[in-house]
Design a protein around this ligand. Sequence first.
Ligand code: NDP
Length: 279
Amino acid sequence: MSNSDFYAVFGQPIHHSKSPQIHQLFAQDTQQIMDYQAQEVSAGLFKKSVTDFFEKGGKGLNCTVPLKELAFEFATELSPRAQCAKAVNTLILQKNGCVLGDNTDGCGLVTDLTQNHAIALKQKRILILGAGGASRGIIQPIMQQVPQKLVIANRTIEKSIALALEFKSLGKIEGCGFKDLKGQSFDLILNATSASLSGQLPPLPNNLIAENGVCYDLSYGSEPTIFVRWGIEQNAHKSLDGLGMLVEQAAEAFYLWRGVRPNTHAIINVLKQKSPEQI
Ligand code: NDP
């Protein structure tokens, strides 16, 4: 390990992670001297690995699947958005030795939509597909944009209904199954299922996308995901993948650690141009 400040992402699996490349590009862009590594850590070894990391002088950590709930439990302090999401993707060592847990996923999504793609959420009818950890992390930041309504549809209906109930104080949120979507239309459809990762598409009715409606898959890949392709086939105004969200959530974590914001536009373009083997 070098003498520079060091950071890491923990997860399992982790070999596919783009975070080291993204943070290296951020560091170059902002002239920060720091080191960032990916480390395979199982849920069983999480507590020991994080404790060791901070004892050795680590300044901050990202946590990804399946460790976000464990990171939430580990943190000695929590940001309001982490408290709301009940999941943590960023740990920040504080000057007093406490470890602050935050969740930058939802902020990353909203920044990508509103800043990078000029998609306003105010008064929009928004549909989230999926009721797992990613959905949980994006609900509050979406509701802060004051949509007309938010519907959460999931394969296991009980989970979407429970999630809608849990967040009902934030505004009009409904939980349902995919079949219940027939006859409805939405200005923005967010695919927060992991179905794209296995080349699967949730069973969605036709005419689900309103005129000028947008599709956004939180998943991403070297080729357009199956959901992005579905959006194009269904004549969505735009059909986007989650690479921008990935970079924006990382930029927010970088800002929390280093106090400086990288130029994400340039870095998203660099990552889009690289082949999958390079990133
Ligand atoms: P979870 O495992 O917590 O949840 C998975 C969700 O997908 C569940 O709602 C599950 O439904 C649903 N699902 C899985 N397979 C299918 C299928 N074949 N058909 C329909 N629904 C399905 O995963 P996460 O919420 O943590 O992650 C979801 C996705 O979001 C992942 O692809 C992840 O890569 C992406 N992500 C992207 C980020 C980014 O920065 N771009 C950040 C965070 C996540 P059920 O409840 O019925 O099992």
